[in-house]
Design a binder for this molecule. Sequence first.
Ligand SMILES: Nc1ncnc2c1ncn2[C@@H]1O[C@H](COP(=O)(O)OP(=O)(O)O)[C@@H](O)[C@H]1O
Ligand SMILES: [Mg+2]
Length: 357
Amino acid sequence: MTGLLVGRDAESAALRGRLASPGVRPGPVVLVAGEAGAGKTTLVEDALAATATAALRGRAAGWACPAYEVLASALRPPVRGAAGPVPGVLAQIMPELGAPPAEPGPAALAAAVCSVLAGAAAAGAANGGGLALFLDDLQWADEATLSLLPALADAAADLPVTVVGCYRSDELPRGHHLRTVRALLRRNHQLAEIELGPLGDDDVARMLTVLLGAPPAPALAAVVASRSDGLPFAVEELAFALRDAGRLTGPTVPEGCVHNAHMYYLLANSAEEQHAVLAQLKEQGIGAVFHYIPLHSAPAGLRFGRAHGDMKVTDDIWSRLIRLPLWPDMTPADIERVLDAVKRALSVAPAKQKAAS
Ligand SMILES: Nc1ncnc2c1ncn2[C@@H]1O[C@H](COP(=O)(O)OP(=O)(O)O)[C@@H](O)[C@H]1O
Ligand SMILES: [Mg+2]
């Protein structure tokens, strides 16, 4: 989110080294481990950009997916863009290609995958960099994809290709299939491992400087370092909370009541802020709206209705309310996207103070 990698010098150098020389052992697989929010994806993307390595990306989802889905999502762009026919066995991974000739063994399947990778690597070489097959969030990957990794490591050994995987080390219970695959790759010297621990206090302070736009007071840096446990994601959340304190507030559910889950809103601290945030969300493709015009001030209300009092509270809340998207099939990824957009909207829209009334 900052677009700047803070710290992680050794880990970054190790990964960049691997990407720059794919043939070196142990390899061609590199696994980056760390807890959620430790900065695994950020580290990999930074290293890919720094080494001009082209990447085919697949990311496992936190819910059940068809076999080979992670791999299929990475391979779809080059397969769709292929000039000639692709090996028929790839249909085992990408069902949209039709029926596979017969259920292929892992070696045949890995060879077919590598034929796609070789093509993409040749295209990448034209741009002066190698190729990475980047499979993210492997703690959620389907077993078929994980089981194919050892055969893929064998088949890719002579290609200018690095297979990079990330996984949450704290979400790998005993018996998780990735443990078995990891052990096999280790035994075959096909695996380099990078572990992301907490950031040191100095790096937390550096992150805060980037996020807040100025060096934090030492006491603030110390509190954030201790509250975040050096977890970059938590540092970011705390920094945003500090920066945006009071700009938007969530719904209040009065005591003795329960939320009816019908709508979710945020309250801006002024009508100007509401307009700015709604405009920003719209720009990001998020359909957030204000609530409907209060009935007493709607055209029909003005003509046919009458209100008791000046309805100051209604007018005030209406002018500041921002309804966020909410629907029954909303996935955690959808929620994340909306919240990221709100955070971005706040960072782009300058704070507008409540007008004196
Ligand atoms: N070294 C870092 N320097 C600056 N920001 C970082 C760093 N590592 C992670 N972040 C930020 O922390 C958040 C979580 O990082 P992410 O790479 O998504 O974690 P993970 O993939 O381990 O769950 C991101 O918004 C990212 O920008
Ligand atoms: Mg990640």
